[in-house]
Design a protein around this ligand. Structure first.
Ligand SMILES: [Zn+2]
Length: 103
């Protein structure tokens, strides 16, 4: 009897022929799909899930790419650079790429 832990759909059954000529069955865990995460802080993104009914992503700047915290920081920093109260060189390296895209 197959072990209980191998009777899950998360486990793939593999048939392999061994050197002696007989075939054996192996069980291999399927890899979990990686969750969408923020490109800056790597926290999980809200509103995006695999296998969801809708393929819609959050409809804001950097939606589906950055989390709401990083997105708002980028927008604020971009505005400061635009108003010349801050230099692009003073913006944190992490955000600089996204801020430059906003200018
Ligand atoms: Zn983030």
């Amino acid at each position: 009897m197959t072990k209980r832990k191998d009777r899950s759909t998360a486990v793939r059954k593999l048939k392999r022929r061994v050197q002696s000529g007989e075939s054996r069955e192996y069980y291999k865990r399927r890899l979990k799909k990686a969750k969408a995460s923020c490109a800056i802080c790597h926290s999980a993104l809200r509103g995006i899930s695999y296998g969801a009914k809708s393929e819609r992503t959050p409809n804001r700047k950097f939606g589906g790419n950055l989390c709401h915290r990083c997105q708002s920081k980028v927008v604020v920093e971009a505005q400061r650079v635009r108003e010349k109260t801050k230099s692009i060189d003073d913006v944190q390296m992490l955000y600089r790429r996204y801020v430059q895209g906003q200018l």
